[in-house]
Design a protein around this ligand. Sequence first.
Ligand code: MLT
Length: 311
Amino acid sequence: VALAAGGAHAQDYPAQPITVVVPFAAGGPTDTVARLVAQVMSEDLGQQVLVQNVGGAGGTLGAGQVAAAANDGYTLLLHHIGMSTAPSLYADLPYDAIEDFEPIGLITEVPMTIVARADFEPETLEDLIAYIQENGENITYANAGIGAASQLCGLLIMDALGVQMTEVPYQGTGPAMTDLLGGQIDMMCDQTTNTTTQIQAGEIKAYAVTSPERLDNLPDVPTTAEGGLNLEVGIWHGLYAPAGTDPAIIERLTASLQTALANETVATRFAELGTTPVTEGQATPEALADTLSSQIDLWAEVIAAAGVSAQ
Ligand code: MLT
C-alpha cells in the first residue's frame, strides 16, 4: 500500500515548487551553477525550482539541512567536491555523505584559479611562491570555511609550500570576492565560475589555473605545473535528494538535469565561465555515486598525508 501511494505521488510530481539548497552564499560559484540549471529545470518540470542559500561551516550546514529534510522531492542539495572532503575534515559531521542522500547526477567540472587583489606585490606564480614562503602568516587567504573548495585549494597550496597563511573564512567566495576586489584580503583560490570575469577585466591578479592545461578563456594564465607548484585540483558539482526519495522522482529529476545541461544558453554561459557541463552519461545517479565514493577515499588520503586532522 505504501509503495502504491508513493507511486501515485511520483506520478503527480512535481505538484509544488522545489527548493534547491546551495550550501554557500548567493553570488558565488555554486550559486551561479545552481541558478543557471534551476532556470531550465523550472521550465522543464513546470514548477518553480528555487535556489536557497544556506551558507556556513564550509557547506556542511546546508548539506545537513537537506539530509534532515522530508524525502518528498521538494528539497534538494546542489553541492560540490566538499561532499567528499568534509567527511575527512569534520569529526562529527551531522550527516553521512553517502547514506543520507540519493544522488541525482553530476553537473559540471570546474578548474580553480589562484588569484589576489590587484595591487598584491607578486607578479608571477614564481614570485607568489617565493612571497608566500617569505611572508606566510602575514598573508590573508580567503576561503568559504572548512569543507569549501577554496579551503581545499588553500590547504594544498600550504601543504605544497610547507607554509601557513592566515585563513579568513566567509559564507561563500561570492562575499570573499567582494573583499578581494576591495583590497581587504590578499588572495584566494576559487573556481573560474567566480573569477573569470574579474580576471579578464584586470580587476584581480591571476597567477595560475589548477588544471593540467591552460584555459581557452584565460590563455595568459599559466598552469600550476608550469610555475612549479605541485597542485592539481578540479571541482565537481552534484545534485542530491534526501535518502529514501522515491526512485521515480529521482528519475524525473535526473532527466530534468540532463535537459538543463543540454540547454544551449546554459552551455554558453558555462563555457564563458570556464565551466564544463558533464556529459549526459555522467549526469546520472550512478556516476555521481561512483564519483562521490571514490573522491571520499581520495581526499581522505590526501588530507591525512597533509597532516590535517578532523575537527
Ligand atoms: C561558493 O559557492 O561560495 C564556493 O563554492 C565556496 C567554495 O567552496 O570555495
